[in-house]
Design a protein around this ligand. Structure first.
Ligand code: ADP
Length: 321
């Protein structure tokens, strides 16, 4: 099985659960928890647990957060390729209220210093890669370097265009064979690159032909996978490259699970999709999407993000056939 290379962020998440989000000037009490996060790391853990040999390219500070990343990567068998940064390891301060609403502050720290030179430093890493997976929590030049190295090595390039407020360019999107926005990210990309305004809430309700048409405008030559939360997934291929699928566009409904924490569901989906593609590149794409849909559904039954990722055997056991 060819490896998955994930290029992206690692954060130490600091989470306070409180009755209400603090108002300006207020001091309130909350229950504290800490753990690993960052879209890149979450997706690397998902890919590794889905069974792919996985490398994770990131930037870390020389501090306890960096040591945490190294220990956790080793525990999941991830080949960590960390650039030493003079900035502190990335952090996220998260307040969650009793209704589950949150406010988040990201301290990019080391993540903001990941260099294109470090990403492209080892051509041998990319030479055997099956899939290169990146997100938008790293400098644009580093993401470009990752997708370009992947393309040149013949790997499939997958860009998860998250978070929604990160800057993107058409040039960056076109370096991806596949993009995987959620509804909010899809709406943001449409406004920015197609000039179409669509409320995120309206995406799932659109008929297939209309949604497919918008996807085609956004990424004419690639595949767009729109994740729709508890509704499932929509897939849109270019006519010339349907990746072994009989249909150019289709929906897959979400699996029925007892979801209790959907944090990181998108990360679970992306890591699992990359692993499935690397495992069986000749199989129809729909099989990979179905697997990722199952993997992500299972992740919602457990608390946390990276820690909530299930393992390949658990996915097969829960969803046989
Ligand atoms: P993000 O976490 O980026 O917002 P989504 O909310 O779209 O991403 O979720 C990603 C995927 O996780 C969905 O496409 C689906 O496969 C799965 N998923 C999310 N929420 C649920 C749920 N409540 N039940 C089952 N599957 C879910």
């Amino acid at each position: 099985m060819n490896p998955v290379i994930v290029v992206g962020s690692f954060n130490v998440d600091h989470v306070w659960r409180c009755a209400e989000l603090p108002a300006v000037g207020a001091t309130i009490a909350g229950q504290y928890a800490t753990g690993p996060g960052g879209k890149g790391f979450n997706q690397a853990v998902a890919a590794a647990r889905a069974g792919a040999p996985t490398a994770f390219v990131c930037a870390l500070g020389d501090d306890p957060g960096g040591a945490l990343a190294r220990g956790l990567a080793a525990a999941d068998g991830i080949d960590l390729r960390a650039e030493a940064s003079d900035q502190p390891t990335g952090t996220a301060g998260i307040y969650v209220d009793a209704r589950g609403l949150n406010s988040i502050v990201i301290g990019a720290g080391a993540n903001g210093t990941l260099s294109a030179a470090h990403v492209a430093a080892d051509p041998a890493l990319f030479a055997g890669a099956g899939v290169v997976l990146a997100q938008l929590e790293s400098p644009v030049e580093a993401i470009e370097a990752a997708l370009t190295a992947g393309r040149e090595a013949g790997a499939t390039t997958l860009l998860n265009p998250a978070p929604a407020n990160a800057s993107t360019s058409i040039g960056l999107l076109r370096l991806a064979d596949l993009i995987s926005p959620n509804e909010t990210e899809f709406a943001a990309l449409l406004v920015r690159h197609v000039g179409e305004r669509l409320e995120p809430d309206a995406v799932a309700a659109l008929d297939g032909a209309s949604l497919h048409g918008l996807c085609r405008k956004l990424l004419p030559h690639g595949t767009v996978v729109v994740t729709l939360g508890s509704v499932g997934v929509f897939v849109s291929h270019a006519d010339e490259q349907t990746r072994g699928d009989a249909q150019a566009y289709y929906r897959i409904g979400a699996e029925s699970v007892a979801a209790s924490d959907t944090t990181g569901a998108g990360d679970a989906f992306n890591g699992a999709l990359a692993a499935a593609l690397a495992r069986a590149p000749q199989e129809p794409f729909v099989a990979h999407v179905r697997y990722a849909n199952r993997f992500a559904a299972l992740s919602t039954e457990r608390p946390g993000a990276a820690a909530a990722m299930p393992r390949h055997a658990e996915v097969l056991e829960r969803f046989p056939g």
